[in-house]
Design a binder for this molecule. Structure first.
Ligand code: SAM
Length: 386
């Protein structure tokens, strides 16, 4: 496909998204109907769609509208490219720009100053992040790094890096966590490398790894909200831990067992009923459902669909999870709270609410990882009784 044909495809997909189709679904549907598109074409179209979704307000302002065509026009202008080189009707290129389209669009400085956040969220962003709020909003408009976790049970960091390199994946050490690597070349090859297939590395954000690095020593560890098991796997790769995994929706753990097998670690899955027979645990990790605001550059649609009502609903779920998890612990056990959110409402406020309702508990440690070029935004707190 020519670069212009890829833009035409992105326009079609963005129109489907604006009619309510999820971006992933719209991309898959387009790829199925476009057998001529190779893997590089699919990747380029996907990048266009996600770049637009990250920067929707800015590119809508630059393109003078919210149709797929206006958004792509805005993205080209944002990237300093001449739209008439792509909008020229040659081959599968989009139609040439009308006079009106040529003249439409806000000036660059005004468009680029937009925060690209839903308006209602800006005050909570400012309350949560203070002087950093604008910078974090801006960071969410860029692509996130591809990060790997070295599974120290299978390889040391240097060996994993060498093995990746021999399969065309170049990495660099990521300072956020001792096991973290950032992929600087060959990201699309990671899943085919021997290092990945033999469990030496896993895909995992560096702050997610740092949350596990920061955990206190404890033998029996329950990942109460295990989902796909990223954190359970990272815990199981550490020495002297016996790891259990639970999720209120057990179907979300379906990948855990093959991933654990590949990593050469043992993790026992527990249903909600089985928790009672295995308690008390020395440590319970609550990687709670959240806005995902620290990771919105990876799922930019979620940024635009997030509502104040959903935030309230999540806060109630997060508080319930902390209460449910607390009763599963031994007397001196560690209750660990974590989110990939940058919002105080989901982080510090939740810990405060829990402590006010449970005055015999204390917060021993808390840390926020700011969203950066190295990692997503994350938060964790370690709580104990007394
Ligand atoms: C942020 S995700 C977990 C991600 C996972 N820990 C990882 O690192 O890959 C949150 C998970 O919490 C689960 N969940 C939601 N409500 C829950 C509850 N009341 N009890 C336990 N798990 C819950 C969801 O099904 C979801 O899989």
């Amino acid at each position: 496909m020519t670069p212009a044909a890829r833009i035409a495809a992105a326009i079609e997909i963005l129109d489907a998204v604006s009619q309510g189709r999820a971006a992933e679904q719209a991309l898959t549907r387009w790829a199925r109907q476009s057998r001529f598109a190779g893997s590089k074409d699919r990747a380029a179209v996907r990048d266009h769609v996600f770049d637009v979704l990250r920067l929707k307000d800015t590119v809508a302002a630059l393109g003078g509208g919210v149709s797929g065509r206006a958004l792509m026009l805005g993205l080209l202008r944002y990237n300093g490219l001449d739209p008439s080189e792509f909008f020229n009707a040659q081959g599968y290129a989009p139609d040439p720009l009308s006079d009106e389209e040529q003249s439409r669009g806000t000036d660059r400085d005004t468009a680029c100053a937009l925060w690209n956040l839903p308006e209602w969220l800006v005050p909570e962003f400012e309350r949560s992040l203070g002087a950093e709020a604008g910078a974090v909003a801006a960071a969410l408009t860029h692509r996130g790094p591809v990060s790997l976790r070295v599974n120290l049970k299978e390889a040391d960091v240097a060996t994993a890096m060498q093995n990746l390199q021999s399969d065309g994946v170049v990495t660099t050490a990521n300072p956020v966590a001792q096991t973290a690597l950032t992929v600087i070349e060959g990201a699309r090859r990671v899943r085919n490398t021997t290092a990945y297939l033999t469990g030496q590395v896993e895909l995992q954000d560096a702050a997610s790894q740092a949350v596990i690095d920061a955990l206190p020593q404890a033998l029996t560890c329950l990942d109460y909200c295990a989902g796909g098991g990223g954190k359970a796997l990272a815990m199981a790769a550490q020495p002297n831990r016996r790891v259990y995994a639970h999720d209120s929706d057990p179907a979300r753990m379906r990948d855990l067992s093959p991933r654990a097998e590949r990593a050469g670690v043992g993790i026992q899955e527990l249903s909600t009923d089985q928790l009672r027979t295995h308690m008390p645990f020395d440590l319970v990790l609550c990687d709670a459902p959240c806005s995902g605001s620290g990771a919105w550059r990876r799922s930019p649609e979620a940024k635009w669909s997030f509502t104040a009502a959903r935030l309230e609903e999540l806060q109630a779920i997060q508080q319930d999870i902390l209460q449910q998890a607390a009763v599963l612990l031994s007397e001196n056990g560690w209750l660990i709270y974590a989110t990939c959110s940058v919002l105080k409402a989901e982080n510090e406020d939740q810990v405060e609410t829990f402590l006010s309702r449970n005055p015999d508990w204390q917060c021993r440690y808390q840390r926020r990882w700011p969203l950066s070029e190295n990692c997503d935004g994350f938060y964790t707190a370690h709580l104990t009784r007394g």
